[in-house]
Every structure is written in structure tokens, then in C-alpha cells.
Unconditional design. Structure first.
Length: 216
């Protein structure tokens, strides 16, 4: 059977639109990761071993890059898990997906800001707030995608919608704790390491809210 420019000849219009939405989302994530790496500037070397002062300054940039890479990976996997059961293109889902991608595009800016001013509570508060915003948009995307069981492979119960929404909210809950710590006490360390709470929050949600029939 002959191949078309975007798929097989029997591919429906809805399938083409769904594929375009998913390919566009993947491209945005890939560009965001690339922009973070491009912001990294190699330190000058005045001698073969290098300048220890410049090398030490790279530590904050590397930590910010690693943290943002891990966070983006979490959101990309969450998006993959949300969309993998979608049967057909849906305009509300496409619109909310764009809303979700907008704050994702700000991660390279926030990452570069942290790398240059690592010990500033306001900047870490901004970073935590951005991650809370992305998580909230991800929750909205889950609720819109799962609002109709007929749009999904196998359908979706109310309990499953709640479970998936709470799991999508887990990064936001962790970073909200860091944001509150900075906003109320100016404490920097809770903001820098609030991400370690994400696995614990996910584990609690898995143990208390996961439907019996849920396998992924």
C-alpha cells in the first residue's frame, strides 16, 4: 500500500491531527532540552589543568541542568502516559496541551537564571512556582483527556481520573512545599531539594489511590 506524507493511505484525518499534536509536543520538549545545553558556556582555561575558580563556578550550572533535565523527563513521561490511550484527536485536549507547553518553554530561562544566581531565594522561588504552574497545567490536561471514557482505549472510571490527576500533581506538590518555604521563611535549602519529595508523594498516591485494575 502506498505511503502518504504523514502516514499510511488509510490514515484518517483525526489520526493525522492526533499525530501532529504528539509530534509537535515531542519537538517542543526536545528543543527545550537543547536550549538548556546551549546555555552552558565552557569556562576559560589559562593553563592545561584549568582554573579551579571557573570549574567551581560550573557546579551550580551543572546542578541546575541536571535538575531541570530530570524534571522535564518526569513531565515528558507523564505526558506520554496520559496520551498513549487517546483514540482520536480532540480540540479541547489540543488547546490544553498548548497551555501545558507554554510554561515548559520557560524552563531553559529559569535554569539559566539559577545557574548564574544559585543562592538567591527569589530565583528559586520563581523556579518552584514555574514547576507548580507546569504541574497544574498537566493536571488540567489529564482531566480534559480523561473526561470522556469513549476517547480512551479501555475507557476510564472516575476513580482512575482522580488517581491520574493526583499523580500528575505530585511534582507540583513537592515544588509548592519549596515555594512556601522560600516565601514564608526565606529558607533556601528546602527549595533546592524539594524535588526529592516527588518519589515519596507518588508512592503515597500509588498505595492509597491506585485503582485495582490499573496496571500502568
Amino acid at each position: 500500500m502506498a505511503k502518504g506524507p504523514v502516514g499510511t493511505a488509510h490514515e484518517t484525518l483525526n489520526e493525522r491531527l492526533l499525530h501532529r499534536m504528539l509530534f509537535f509536543t515531542d519537538a517542543v520538549f526536545a528543543i527545550v532540552l537543547t536550549l538548556m545545553v546551549l546555555d552552558m558556556k565552557p569556562p576559560p582555561f589559562n593553563n592545561p589543568p584549568g582554573d579551579p575558580t571557573h570549574m567551581q563556578g560550573m557546579g551550580s550550572h551543572l546542578f541546575a541542568l541536571a535538575l531541570s533535565f530530570a524534571v522535564i523527563s518526569v513531565f515528558w513521561i507523564a505526558h506520554l502516559n496520559t496520551m498513549r490511550r487517546l483514540l482520536r484527536f480532540d480540540w479541547p485536549s489540543a488547546i490544553v496541551n498548548l497551555v501545558f507547553l507554554f510554561p515548559v518553554c520557560l524552563i531553559p530561562f529559569a535554569t539559566g537564571w539559577i545557574g548564574r544566581s544559585f543562592d538567591e531565594p527569589f530565583i528559586w522561588g520563581f523556579y518552584c512556582g514555574l514547576l507548580v504552574l507546569i504541574s497544574a497545567a498537566n493536571v488540567a490536561l489529564v482531566l480534559v483527556v480523561f473526561r470522556k471514557g469513549g476517547m480512551l482505549v479501555g475507557g476510564a472510571t472516575r476513580r482512575e481520573r482522580l488517581y491520574r490527576a493526583m499523580r500528575a500533581a505530585s511534582p507540583g506538590i513537592a515544588f509548592a512545599i519549596g515555594l512556601l518555604a522560600v516565601a514564608t521563611t526565606g529558607a533556601l535549602r528546602p527549595a533546592e531539594f524539594c524535588w526529592v519529595l516527588i518519589p515519596a508523594i507518588v508512592l503515597v498516591i500509588e498505595r492509597t489511590m491506585k485503582p485495582a485494575a490499573e496496571t500502568a
